[in-house]
Design a protein around this ligand. Structure first.
Ligand SMILES: [Mg+2]
Length: 211
């Protein structure tokens, strides 16, 4: 299991965020217009990734960290991705990070992010990723993201943050995530948070008991 068990006081939905082409775009092209550089050592050689932040990424991270248990899972290699995350997460709002070695390689070489290894209730787990391979085994939990390749007008993260605000405390994310691509504003059906009072009571009880 990837994540440690958590106490009953923590009833947040778990949000599994991708890095490359979801939150940032990196390039080794020295002409690439970047927000910062990330020099890293891979197998004894130094490389410098030039990294552009997706528009609204700072606001996005602050907003989701306020409401969700945020986990990073990237198929990127650790020396690169850990440095980029250090430079990106200046507010230190992100939770645990998992890298390429935590992804599962299929027989035909695809890197899949296996949400069943997260040690969390899948009904309350969402993955945000630009790569359909990543959520091959959990499409019902996926908010698919348009690839970010550097467009300064891109507003995908703002749209996703708005959507996540609406669904952050639902009983079962699947039917709501399915509405993600429907466009426009999304209103929760009246029964979507039927179990929320129980979650709140459980959290309160656990807090009082010091868990
Ligand atoms: Mg990606």
């Amino acid at each position: 299991m990837l994540l440690e068990p958590r106490g009953a006081a923590d009833q947040r939905v778990t949000l599994v965020l991708d890095l490359d082409e979801t939150l940032v775009r990196s390039s080794f092209d020295t002409n690439f217009d970047a927000d910062f550089e990330a020099p890293f050592n891979l197998n004894g050689s130094w490389c410098t990734a030039r990294v552009r932040k997706r528009p609204f990424v700072d606001e996005f991270l602050a907003r989701v960290a306020d409401k969700f248990e945020v986990v990073i899972m990237t198929a990127g290699v650790r020396p690169y991705a850990s440095l980029v995350l250090d430079l990106l997460d200046t507010g230190r709002v992100l939770g645990p990070r998992f890298y390429r070695e935590s992804c599962t390689k299929t027989a035909n070489g695809l890197l899949v992010k296996d949400l069943s290894r997260m040690n969390r209730d899948l009904k309350r787990t969402i993955i945000v990723d630009n790569s359909p391979n990543a959520y091959l085994w959990h499409p019902e939990h996926a908010i698919d993201v348009v690839d970010f390749v550097g467009d300064p007008e891109d507003d995908e993260l703002k749209t996703i943050a708005d959507f996540l605000d609406v669904i952050h405390d639902v009983d079962d994310v699947r039917q709501h995530v399915a509405h993600w691509r429907s466009g426009g504003s999304y209103e929760l059906p009246p029964n979507a948070r039927a179990d929320a009072p129980n979650r709140a009571a459980l959290a309160k009880e656990a807090k009082a008991a010091g868990n």
